[in-house]
Each structure stands twice: as C-alpha cells, then as structure tokens.
Design a binder for this molecule. Sequence first.
Ligand code: B12
Ligand code: SF4
Length: 474
Amino acid sequence: MILPALTEAKSPFFRPIKYSLFPPLGLATLAGYLRDDDEVVLQDEHVEELDVEDEPDLVVIQVYITSARRAYELADRYRRKGAWVALGGLHVTSLPEEATRHADSVFLGPGEDTWPVFLDDFRAGRPKALYRSTVRTLDGLPRIRRDLIKHPLYLVPNSIVVSRGCPHVCDFCYKEAFFEGGHGFYTQRVENALAEIERLPGRHLYFLDDHLFGSARFASELFDGMRGMGRLWQAAGTVQSVLRPGLLEQAVAAGLRSLFVGFETLNQKSLKAQRKFQNLRRDYGTAVRRLQDLGVMVNGSFVFGMDEDDPSVFERTVEWAIGQGIETATFHILTPYPGTALHHGIEAEGRLLHRDWDLYDTRHVVFRPRGMSVEELESGYWRAYHDFYRWGSILRGASSKNHPIAALRHFSYAAGWKKLEPLWDWVIRSRQVLRMRPALEQILRGFGQQAEEVAAGGDAGGKPDRASVRREAT
Ligand code: B12
Ligand code: SF4
C-alpha cells in the first residue's frame, strides 16, 4: 500500500514539517480489511524512501491531485512487473477515465463498502475494473491497522477520523464530488469512536474530520464521553459551530486546544457565490474571541482569488487576522479541483489555464482570476504569508492577548511553525520528529492554563463567564 508524495515533500534541500505530520490513515483503514495471513507493507513516500523493487501480487495506491503524476508513474511500473494495481482516493474519484489508463481496478468514493468486495473478487480471481461506492456507513469497521504505521516518523501519529464528509456544500470543496452517489456526511457510533480514542496512546490527538461539529448531537455525545480522558486535541470546525452556545464549551472541557476554522473570505458576496452559506452574516470577530476566551488557539483558513477579490484583499485579510490575534493562518489560492462546482463553472467560462495537476496545490494560480492578474494573485498570496508571519506581526498578534501566558503561547506556536522551519527540516532529516511532540503538547496545554481551568471547573453545558476565565488564568 503506497501513499505517494508530491515532489516538494521529497526535496533534498528542504522538507516542510506539514508532510511529516500525519500518517496514511486512509490506507491503514483499508488494511484493516486484510486477513491475518495476508502479508502487507504500508509505505508513505512523504517520510521514507519507497522500496519499489518488491514483487507484490497487489499494489494499492491512494491518489491525491498533487501526487497523481507520481502515483501513475508507480502504478505503471508495478503493472509492467505483473502486479495488480488498484487506484483510489479523491483524484481518482474526480477523474476515473484518467486513472483507468494506469490501473487494473479503480475505486470511486470512500472504500469501506467497495474494498472488501474487491478483496473477495481478487481472491476468487475475478476482480473488476471499476468499483463505485454507494453504501455509506462506518458501522462494523475492522480495526485500523495502526501497527503498520511507522510512528517515530510523524509528529502526530494519533490522527483520527470519526465521521466522513460534511453537511455543507461549498462550491470549491472536494466533498460533493467525492461522496456522489450516497450520503455526503455520516458519523461513527459514539461508542465506537470513544473506543478508538481509548486505544490511542499518549495525550495528543488530531481529528482530521472535515467538520467534527457537523452533527451537533454526535459531537455533544462524543465530547461528553471524552471528558475526563485527559486528552489534548486539535480539530476543524466552522464559524457557525463555534458560535453555537454550549458545544464549544463541551469540546474544550473534553480537551480541545486548537481549531482550524474556515473563514475563507471576509467578503459576504464571495461567500454567497461559493455557496458557503453557513458563514454568511456570522460575526467572525465574536467567533475568534469565543475561542480565545476558552483558551483555544485558532488556525484561520483564507482563500484568495474569488471573483470579488481585488489586489487589496491580501492586506485587508492579513491585517484583520493579526488584529484578531489569530495564532496561525493558512492561506490558499482558490483552486478549481476537477469534479467540483467551481471547476465546472470556471471551465465553462474558458478561464482554466492548464491541467498540470502538480500545480493544483493551492499555491499556484491555475485559472484566470477576475479582479486581478495571475501575477498579482500569486505574489499577493506569498506576501500574505510573509506579512502574517513577520516577527512584528507575531508580536502584534501575541500582544493582543489579555494575559502574558496566552501571549507566550501565541508567540511559541506561531513562531514554532513558521519561523523555525529550518529546525523542523533538521528534525525530519535526523528522524527525530516524534521527540518534538512533548513540546507541542506543552504549547497546546497553554502551559497548564486557561482551558484546563474550564475543563476542571466549567459547566460544559453552559457558557463560562469570560472575566472569570481570565481571572483564573491570572
Ligand atoms: C491529512 C490531510 C493532509 C496531510 C497528510 C495526508 C495523509 N497522510 O493522508 C498533509 C498535511 C500532508 C496534506 C497535504 C496536502 N493536502 Co491534504 N488533506 C488531508 C485531509 C485533511 C485528511 C485526509 C485523511 O486522512 N482522511 C481520512 C481517511 C480515512 O480518508 P481518505 O484518506 O480519504 O481515505 C479513504 C478514501 O479516500 C478511500 N481511498 C483512498 N485511497 C484509496 C485506494 C483504494 C484502492 C481504495 C479502494 C480506496 C481508497 O478509502 C479510504 C477509506 O474510506 C484531507 C481532507 C479530507 N477530508 O480528505 C485533505 C486533502 C486530501 N488535502 C488536499 C490538498 C489539496 C493538500 C495539499 C496540496 C495542500 C497544500 N496546499 O499543501 C497538500 C499536498 C498533498 C499531497 N501530498 O499531495 C485536498 C485534496 C484535493 C484532491 N482533489 O486531491 C484535501 C481533500 C483537502 C481539501 N478539502 O481540499 N493533507
Ligand atoms: S464547510 Fe468545509 S468541508 Fe464542508 S463543504 Fe464547506 S469547505 Fe467542504
């Protein structure tokens, strides 16, 4: 089983830490369906040199858009050697005709229903060329084969997903295309999710769910069950879910310490155009303050290049994010992934510049924007990163915090990710990534402050008093 990497992740010169964060959870999930006497090796090219001299009967490759070229190269190589090659994942689902040229079997959508059927077919000597997922459930999943994951190579080996998809339908998102033909959002049973969490060693967890708060009932029961487990965790959620009374407090009491929030744009018209309705007319500032008051760090996600954006968008967005004291920001250039509504629209308007999937990495402009030139969009994107992570900006963001401990935490986290990149590069090369986890946990804990007070004393169902949280911290 192979997770191929895009070129950048294998660079001999510099390796961004983001590629050493998470193990290949999708493939480890599929490996759970194998029999005890099946011999299986899981290789992740983001963190190791691939051994392609082996002679397997079956090769399984997960294909993302940015690693598609490498995935097809590997697939062709193994097919020439006589192995049966199975390709699946997001990119294959969007463009099955393209993938078919490099595969013996192609899988559309999530693999939990089709993969076991294929395994039976394969063992019986009659595997099909195409498998399309239609049954969507996470009930009765076998155990994820975490034993196949090379833990020391990842900063966050405890990544976990307890749901699939998302209840929303944003135009630029992969989600609608990937889940076509069945439910687009479904969760595990709470007891199964809790059992999976119990099995994970250590304290730190990272929920990779698109929207952990997508079902308020599920999330509430999950957080209730996690209370007292002593976990520290990170996740993703929407502005809407942050503003919802009660749920966030429950999450914090269960150990939430940092949340990835899709703000995407400060422009209401753009939100509407992208059908990001759940963000419409929500007070972003209140959402950030709610998170900060509860001791949750914010990773704000922003997208540049929507039709309403002009060259002033970069500075406005960055200024807003720094002013709000957002700890880390992820900027993206709007990218029309094949299969999405955004892609259909831009293609129909003749604005697509090329189909070089290597460059569909949200850092390159692949379509003709409306309100600025391609060069302005690309340089504005890089400027946004530069301006947000300048020492002066980090200090300004940190000083917006009301407490020195919160300011120190802001400073350590923001500087740790961006300013210490050469150090991360060295850590990755010396294969010491896992050793950095205690430092990450320490920062997430807020050096033992704020959120732990809420967890210990706060009423999970109610709204803690902002002033009292600050007083406790002091
Ligand atoms: C974690 C993550 C990462 C991690 C690590 C990836 C990893 N180790 O798997 C990191 C940080 C490295 C990363 C980087 C990037 N990512 Co990323 N990432 C994710 C994220 C949040 C979760 C993936 C995950 O673990 N899901 C949970 C598991 C259980 O599901 P799964 O992996 O999809 O596997 C299931 C199915 O896909 C299927 N399946 C997969 N392969 C196969 C094969 C076969 C044979 C079968 C039968 C089934 C099958 O079965 C599995 C079980 O259901 C997704 C969002 C998402 N919801 O998928 C984005 C996502 C995959 N990333 C994306 C992007 C764009 C990127 C970047 C380009 C971002 C950037 N600007 O740098 C880079 C480059 C990625 C690359 N290497 O090429 C896009 C991909 C779009 C696309 N069409 O391919 C996504 C969808 C985010 C988004 N909403 O746009 N990413
Ligand atoms: S809220 Fe996020 S995950 Fe859900 S559809 Fe929109 S972009 Fe995709």
